[in-house]
Every structure is written in structure tokens, then in C-alpha cells.
Design a binder for this molecule. Structure first.
Ligand SMILES: Cc1cc2nc3c(=O)[nH]c(=O)nc-3n(C[C@H](O)[C@H](O)[C@H](O)COP(=O)(O)O)c2cc1C
Length: 164
């Protein structure tokens, strides 16, 4: 199995998840941060895992655009999609909004890796939004933002069992 993991990450949480995913998958794995450097051609990979983090309901623009422009080539690969997000309740809406529907339909694995609110690294406007989000979460008794490492394991297991 030759895998490329392509990810977007603003404050590093998704990057850490992608590294974990890369370390646990068998075979050759190429890890690519969409914010840095070039993306290798898809030809030499049979499995492509793509993910990013959600900000105001949107995944990183470059991830969304990459999936749209490479939809035809991606359709022929073993596919997995993941997102990091603060509110698991909106997972379905966020996933549908982030990736082209035909690709989601053919994906072998779609996972929510949870999230972390890294306020120490945030720019001021993001800190303010985070405070509002935390207040709304507490008021509505919604689940707190938390990492979901078990879903990284789930993706590893699913991809490995289906791609051999
Ligand atoms: C300004 C801001 C807006 C966010 N908007 C959303 C959102 O709309 N929905 C959601 O589920 N999580 C939202 N989050 C939570 C992030 O998706 C979460 O913190 C994630 O772990 C960030 O990953 P990253 O460090 O890889 O960018 C937001 C976080 C910030 C700071």
C-alpha cells in the first residue's frame, strides 16, 4: 500500500493527528501539508487520505479546492476523509460541506478526529470567537471540544483491512 496523507491545519492539532495516522499506517506513507510546498502527483499512490480543520463551518480553502479540481483522479483511489472540529454535533454538515459528494460516497473511511482549542497560539479574533463558542457550548450543555484519538485508530484499521 502506498499512501498520501494531505492535510490542512491552522494551529497544529490536525497536523498532529495526520502525523499519528502516518506513523500507524503500514507501507510507504507520504505526509503533505497543503499550506507548505508542492503536492506530489497522484499517479504513484493507491490510497489518499485527506483532511483539515473546520473554522466557521469551513475546511481550509486549499483542501476544498484541491478535492474539487482533482475529483476525477481521486475517484479511482482508495479514499479516506477526516476533519478536526470543535462541535461533533455538526460533523455531518461539516463533512458534506468540505468534500465533493461523489468522493464521500466512494470513500472507505470518513472520521471525526475531534479538536483542540489552542488559545495560546491564536490570533486575537480567533481568541474572541473561541470565548463565544465556549460560552455557547456551556449555555446549551453541548459537548466540549476534545480530541478523539480513537477515530484515528478506526481509520487506520479500516484502511488497512480494506486496502490489502
Ligand atoms: C475561530 C475558530 C472558529 C472555529 N469554528 C468552528 C466551527 O465552525 N465548527 C467546529 O466544529 N469547530 C470550529 N472550531 C474548532 C476547530 O475546528 C478546532 O479547534 C480544531 O482542532 C482546529 O484544528 P487545527 O489546529 O488543526 O487548525 C473553530 C475554532 C476557532 C479557533
Amino acid at each position: 500500500m502506498k499512501t498520501m496523507i494531505l492535510f490542512g491545519s491552522t494551529y497544529g492539532y490536525t497536523k498532529e493527528c495526520a502525523i499519528k495516522l502516518a506513523n500507524e499506517l503500514e507501507g510507504e506513507v507520504c505526509l503533505v501539508n497543503i499550506g507548505k510546498g508542492t503536492i506530489p502527483a497522484l499517479d504513484s499512490y493507491d490510497t489518499i487520505l485527506i483532511g483539515g480543520s473546520i473554522y466557521m463551518g469551513q475546511i481550509q480553502k486549499k483542501i476544498k479546492e484541491y478535492c474539487i479540481s482533482n475529483e476525477a483522479a481521486l475517484k479511482n483511489k482508495n479514499l479516506g476523509f477526516f476533519i478536526s472540529c470543535g462541535t461533533p454535533d455538526n460533523f455531518d454538515d461539516n463533512i458534506i460541506n468540505a468534500f465533493p459528494e461523489p468522493l464521500l460516497k466512494s470513500a472507505l473511511s470518513i472520521e471525526n478526529f475531534g479538536g483542540e482549542l489552542r488559545t495560546d497560539k491564536m490570533k486575537l479574533s480567533h481568541k474572541l470567537i473561541t470565548n463565544l463558542m465556549k460560552k455557547a457550548t456551556a449555555k446549551e450543555n453541548n459537548p466540549q471540544t476534545k480530541p478523539l484519538p480513537q477515530n484515528i485508530e478506526k481509520m487506520v484499521q479500516t484502511i488497512q483491512s480494506k486496502c490489502h
